[in-house]
Design a protein. Structure first.
Length: 407
């Protein structure tokens, strides 16, 4: 199998500096404050003017955005309005006037899952995903001066905080509980003000980046200026997920589905002895599980959810017949692929789809995909003229390759 090279990854380097040192010393272990991670700021990813434009001109719908004040969510009715899209009535459209009024009154604006529709963050998120092989989501938080959004809380995923505009005061403490599962957790009353000294107590300026591992308690507030920051959430799969999957394989065994014995509730000792037998049966079963297959499925599940980024695909499709022997083709940035041969067939996994071809095409496909740039003519040693154009145009149509002007 193969995929596009990730040896150089601008996104993780921008956030964490040296990727190897970050993984060794900080990932899931300790916070990291990196000053000047974006020496020119992070306006290229999302600026204050971009937020203004999204809210005032694009009519986003909840839950693509929400508002929070003094640590509590505001009801959507406080900042949305009704409207129509064609003949369909809607009740959750952004009301720019009310949103800006709430913001002026101290409420934080939250834009959610920006990686789904904001092109710079779509590309940035995909770069991070290719390094981490964990899904990434990005929210933006615009907080008024002298305000806070959420109180002390911990997230159930690791985050990078990218300070875009203004300044914000951050405090990070140790983990709330060893390995929290579930959703974001607001700490209960009494835990709002931890008594121990924070590991991080710093004011973030534009261009600064803060890494907060999963489960570490944190809180933030603005000072004299409004603040816009991006929270890049890394939605990691954990060993609990994978081990459950292994044990789940045993549910296909007949003994696993047998009912508990009659009268088990009146005979705890007998139930304990029977349970010990079943646990021993489970151990023997687990010793026979093909862990390589489980690991391969876990990897394929990640790659199968990384569809090709398709910006510019309309023009590529409209000019598909113009792709000729001398057309320069290149992989789309962020596009992933996995190649395997089985039973005389070549399988090419392209994120959300799998192409099946004759295994004899493997050398030609690899030549197209492993080169930074390639022309169909360079496949002359593998395919005749018509065949190589069919292959090249197919990979353009699928969104993996794109015609690229020669510099």
């Amino acid at each position: 199998m193969a995929t596009a090279s990730t040896s150089s990854n601008p996104a993780i380097e921008r956030c964490a500096g040296d990727p190897a040192a970050f993984v060794r010393d900080h990932w899931a272990k300790a916070p990291l404050l990196r000053r000047g991670a974006g020496p020119d700021g992070f306006d290229d990813l999302l600026s204050l003017d971009d937020v203004d434009r999204i809210l005032s001109t694009t009519s986003p719908r909840a839950p693509a955005f929400r508002m929070v004040k003094d640590g509590k969510p505001l009801p959507p009715s406080a900042y949305t309005r009704s409207g129509r899209m064609g003949s369909v009535p809607l009740s959750d459209l952004a009301d720019p006037g009310r949103i800006f009024d709430q913001f002026h009154g101290g409420a934080t604006i939250v834009l959610q899952s920006l990686q789904r529709y904001w092109a710079p963050l779509t590309a940035f998120s995909r770069q991070l995903e290719l390094f981490l092989t964990h899904p990434v989501q990005v929210n933006a938080y615009l907080t008024p001066p002298a305000s806070r959004g959420l109180g002390v809380h911990h997230d159930t995923h690791d985050v990078f905080v990218l300070q875009v505009h203004g300044r914000k005061l951050w405090q990070v403490w140790d983990a709330a509980v060893p390995f929290p599962l579930g959703h974001q957790k607001q700490l209960p009353p009494g835990a709002e003000s931890p008594t121990e000294a924070p590991q991080v107590d710093a004011e973030l300026a534009p261009g600064d980046c803060l890494y907060v591992p999963r489960g570490f308690r944190h809180a933030a507030r603005t000072a004299e200026t409004a603040s816009l920051h991006l929270t890049v959430g890394m939605l990691t799969r954990n060993w609990n997920d994978l081990l459950r999957e292994v044990v789940e394989l045993a549910t296909e065994e007949a003994w696993f589905r047998e009912s508990l014995p009659v009268g088990f509730a009146d005979d705890p000792a007998g139930l304990e002895a029977a349970l010990a037998e079943r646990v021993e049966e489970l151990r023997r079963f687990l010793d026979k599980v093909d862990l390589a297959k489980v690991a391969d499925r876990a990897g394929r599940r990640f790659w199968a959810n990384r569809p090709p980024p398709l910006e510019g695909q309309l023009r590529a499709l409209l000019s598909l017949d113009d792709v000729g022997d001398d057309t320069t083709l290149s992989r789309r940035p962020g596009a992933t692929w996995r190649l395997s041969v089985s039973g005389g067939r070549l399988q090419l996994l392209l994120g959300d789809r799998t192409l099946t071809m004759p295994a004899t095409l493997e050398p030609a496909v690899r030549r197209l995909l492993e080169a930074d740039r390639c022309t169909p003519a360079e496949l002359a040693g593998h395919l005749d003229g018509p065949s190589r154009l069919v292959l090249a145009r197919r990979l353009v149509r699928e969104g993996l390759l794109r015609p690229t002007p020669v510099d």
